[in-house]
Each structure stands twice: as structure tokens, then as C-alpha cells.
Write a protein that binds this ligand. Structure first.
Ligand SMILES: [Fe+2]
Ligand SMILES: [Fe+2]
Length: 256
């Protein structure tokens, strides 16, 4: 585990503060942690799918991709369908073909299709744990984290794509770091689940970063550092909305 985490800790500009961990392991916060985690898994799949649809494939393949995600989105947004049935939908019905003129299309498709498959599997696994813990899935609002990062994305290509890939790398790396920190502090079932996620989330972080560097074709360390600093600000500043990727929690004292 340490070997897996060493590059992630080096990549991130700060560690998760203890104040966040203290809140995250409170029994009353378990529903928020799990539901937010669930939604993050779907969003990770959606973001990856958006990137391949926008940059790497034609309309027909884009449609095939959308169909893949549909049952998961229908469950998440309309609460329709049986969640136990979801694993049978986690497959592509047709092959996805990269655009003929895309330099990096094949690599983007290969890495992102595998990533989406894994995120949708994680989505199902979180639902399994929620079922075991009798936690009902209810809609919750998004944290400031991803939107706080996206607000810094450049508006001209290919830098927009490169920025989004760097952000993807940071989100995956932070998730990985938080799973590792939480694992020894929660019950064995949840801890084992978090440890089981580490390997794929660590690879996702590396895939995003490798794609960003490959597509840029030049040194992007300055841009990576920029997003690393913004990410650390979101993690280290006070945040009154407790979520999986939130900042330092503001704990309201009842006596005040
Ligand atoms: Fe995941
Ligand atoms: Fe991931």
C-alpha cells in the first residue's frame, strides 16, 4: 500500500487534515460519506465519457457510450430500476471506434473505457455496502471541490482538455489518499472495500496524468503545480459543507 501511495502523496500538495477524518468516521456522517462517494463514482464515469465523446469518437460511437451509462444514471437521478441488476448493464454493446484523424484517440478511448467500467463497478459496490448498512439513497448536493477546480480551466484547446485531464488526476489521487487514510479507522468491511479501491484509483490518476502529458507534448509541470495548489486550497480551507472531498469541516457547537 505504501508503494502505491508514495507517488500520490508526492503529487498532492497536502495530506487530508485530521479534522476531516474525525468527521468522516462519525457514525452519523456515514450516510453522507457513502452517498457522496456513490455519486462521485458515477460522476467519474460521466466525466471520462464526456472526454471520449467530445475529443475521441464520432457521433455513432458517442451514442453507444451514452447507452452504456443510461441505466446507472436512471437509477441515480430517477431512482428507477433495481440496483442489483446494474452489473449486467456494465458493458459496451458495440465497439467504440476512435475518429480517424485523432492523434491520441485510441489511447484516450482505451484508458477511459477501462476507467468507466471500473467506476461503474465501484458505483455498484457502494450500493451493496449502503444496502448492508440500511442506508437509503437520497439526493444530495455536490461539494464545492470539483466545481472549484473546473472554474480554473482554460477556455481554448488543447489546453482545455489538458486542464481537465490534470483535474481528473487530482480528483483520483485525492480519493485514493482519503480511502487509504480512512481504511484503518472504519469497520473491517468498509476498510477492506476502501483498500480494494486503491489500486484502480491509483491507476486512474496515472492514466489521466499520462494522457495530459502525451496530448500536451511539452512540459506541463507548471500547470500541474497550479492545479495542485488550487486543490490543496480546497482541502485546507474551512468548508461548511461536509462531503467526501470537502475542506476542513466547520463543526457547529450546539451550545453556541
Ligand atoms: Fe472509483
Ligand atoms: Fe477512479
Amino acid at each position: 500500500m505504501e508503494q502505491l501511495l508514495a507517488p500520490i502523496k508526492q503529487f498532492l500538495h497536502c495530506e487530508t487534515p485530521d479534522e476531516w477524518l474525525i468527521e468522516a468516521i462519525k457514525t452519523e456522517n456515514l450516510p453522507t460519506i457513502l452517498i457522496d462517494h456513490l455519486v462521485c463514482e458515477l460522476k467519474a464515469g460521466q466525466s471520462a465519457m464526456y472526454l471520449i465523446r467530445k475529443y475521441a469518437v464520432d457521433k455513432e460511437s458517442g451514442q453507444v457510450l451514452l447507452e452504456w451509462l443510461k441505466p446507472f444514471e436512471t437509477y441515480a437521478y430517477k431512482k428507477e430500476g433495481d440496483w442489483r441488476e446494474l452489473p449486467k448493464f456494465n458493458r459496451l454493446t458495440k465497439s467504440v471506434v476512435p475518429k480517424a484523424n485523432s492523434k491520441y484517440g485510441q489511447d484516450l478511448v482505451d484508458k477511459m473505457v477501462l476507467l468507466i467500467k471500473e467506476e461503474l463497478h465501484h458505483f455498484y459496490q457502494v450500493l451493496e455496502i449502503m444496502d448492508e448498512c440500511n442506508i437509503e439513497y437520497v439526493n444530495i448536493t455536490s461539494s464545492r471541490y470539483a466545481s472549484g477546480m473546473i472554474s480554473h480551466v482554460t477556455t481554448h484547446e488543447p489546453n482545455t482538455l489538458i486542464d481537465k485531464l490534470i483535474i481528473g488526476a487530482y480528483i483520483e489521487a485525492r480519493s485514493c489518499e482519503r480511502f487509504a487514510k480512512l481504511a484503518p479507522l472504519v469497520n473491517k468491511r468498509l476498510g477492506d472495500f476502501y483498500v480494494s479501491l486503491l489500486r484502480s484509483e491509483a491507476r486512474h490518476y496515472q492514466d489521466y496524468l499520462a494522457l495530459a502529458e502525451q496530448i500536451a507534448g511539452k512540459d506541463i509541470s507548471e500547470r500541474i503545480r497550479f492545479f495542485g495548489e488550487r486543490e490543496a486550497e480546497l482541502i485546507l480551507t474551512s468548508d461548511d459543507d461536509f462531503k467526501f472531498h470537502s475542506g476542513v469541516p466547520i463543526v457547529f457547537n450546539d451550545e453556541c
